[in-house]
Design a protein around this ligand. Structure first.
Ligand code: NAP
Length: 312
């Protein structure tokens, strides 16, 4: 039996519970492809899952291999697959409920992965799927962001925020991002019209009458965000369900985004990357063996762009 290296948890013990193991190399079902992983990016959900986030609703049993962003090469295809062929360089977000991408191989459906942007190496391609799909689905599918509208993006320097700033600019919106001073030039460079240093300025003193708030922080930041929305505006949160009473009082809408794999949207994002309209920022690259260190860094909440693990 051939085996592969995988980073797994057997219990919800946090990052320290992660173990490097040798497990059976998976075989694709009829509608799956087997991807030889070259790079896997780190998302906060990875360390959250190690702590028990999603226990019950994600529908998997332990042990579980962490990771959901991948870039790699198709090594085998199921008999019912139609688009991807052996040898194709692909990237994508594999469903959180499946075995993850912190491994030498991962299974994926053609609805989850597609050919990677030619302009990007595997490291940068792996940084794209979850962050850009979350931003796309929040801003476009849920908020219906339109040209000329004003959007406030919290945590604009992080993985999702850095994609959200660029996608909102592509859409023709006026973009205000929050970040600490050390990231102000970075967020401006992504195209933001204004950057608010949340460590020295209360954002509600600096911005008003926005059409859309994209909340990547929750808590007090979310609570203070209702007041900056126009009547009829919308707050979309990726971290915490909006407060119904606060939405009602401010006459705004509140929605949660739960990112879904979507290879067609990744094709649209790929076109923007290839046209030079969206750039990918990777702050740190570490080998898969250092996954614990990568997760610890992610948990500190200071990542600029993305952290990526290399597997090959
Ligand atoms: N629901 C979903 O489907 C979904 C999908 C993706 C992500 N998420 C969640 O969304 C959140 C963001 O994800 P991510 O990948 O973008 O995280 P990330 O890359 O780890 O975000 C780090 C960034 O947050 C900024 N930051 C920290 N505290 C801040 C504050 N109070 N105000 C403004 N910026 C602040 C930091 O900038 P400074 O260093 O300048 O402070 C840093 O650049 C996570 O909780 C993640 O789990 C949810």
């Amino acid at each position: 039996m051939s085996t592969m290296k995988a980073m797994r948890i057997h219990e919800y013990g946090g990052i320290d519970a992660l173990k490097q193991e040798e497990i059976a190399k998976p075989q694709p079902a009829a509608d799956e492809v087997l991807v030889k992983v070259q790079a896997a990016s780190v998302n906060p959900v990875d360390w959250k899952i190690s702590e028990g986030f999603g226990e019950g609703w994600l529908g998997y049993t332990l042990p579980h291999t962490l990771g959901c962003d991948v870039a790699g090469v198709v090594e085998a295809v199921g008999r019912a697959t139609q688009k991807l062929h052996i040898g194709a360089a692909v990237f994508g977000y594999t469903n959180l409920a499946h075995e993850g991408t912190y491994a030498e191989y991962v299974l994926a459906k053609e609805s989850e992965v597609t050919t990677k942007p030619a302009a990007l190496d595997f490291i940068h391609a792996a940084a794209v799927p979850v962050s850009s799909l979350t931003a796309w689905q929040a801003l476009f599918d849920i908020a219906g962001l339109a040209a000329g509208q004003k959007v406030l993006i919290h945590a604009a320097a992080g993985g999702v925020g850095s994609m959200a700033v660029q996608l909102a600019k592509v859409r023709g919106a006026v973009v205000i991002g929050t970040a600490s001073a050390r990231n102000a030039d970075f967020v401006k460079g992504l195209g933001a019209d204004e950057v608010i240093d949340y460590t020295t300025t209360r954002f509600e003193d600096a911005v008003q009458e926005v059409d859309v708030v994209f909340d990547l922080i929750g808590g007090d930041t979310q609570q203070r965000s209702y007041a900056v929305l126009k009547q009829g505006g919308i707050l979309v949160s990726a971290v915490q369900p909006p407060d119904e009473a606060a939405c009602k009082a401010a006459r705004v809408r509140g929605e949660m985004v739960g990112v879904q794999p979507n290879a067609s949207q990744l094709e649209e994002i790929k076109a923007l990357i290839e046209a030079g309209k969206v750039n990918v920022s990777v702050e740190k690259v570490l080998p898969l063996d250092d996954a614990k260190q990568a997760l610890t860094l992610s948990k500190q909440g200071r990542t600029r762009g993305k952290i990526v693990l290399t597997v090959a």
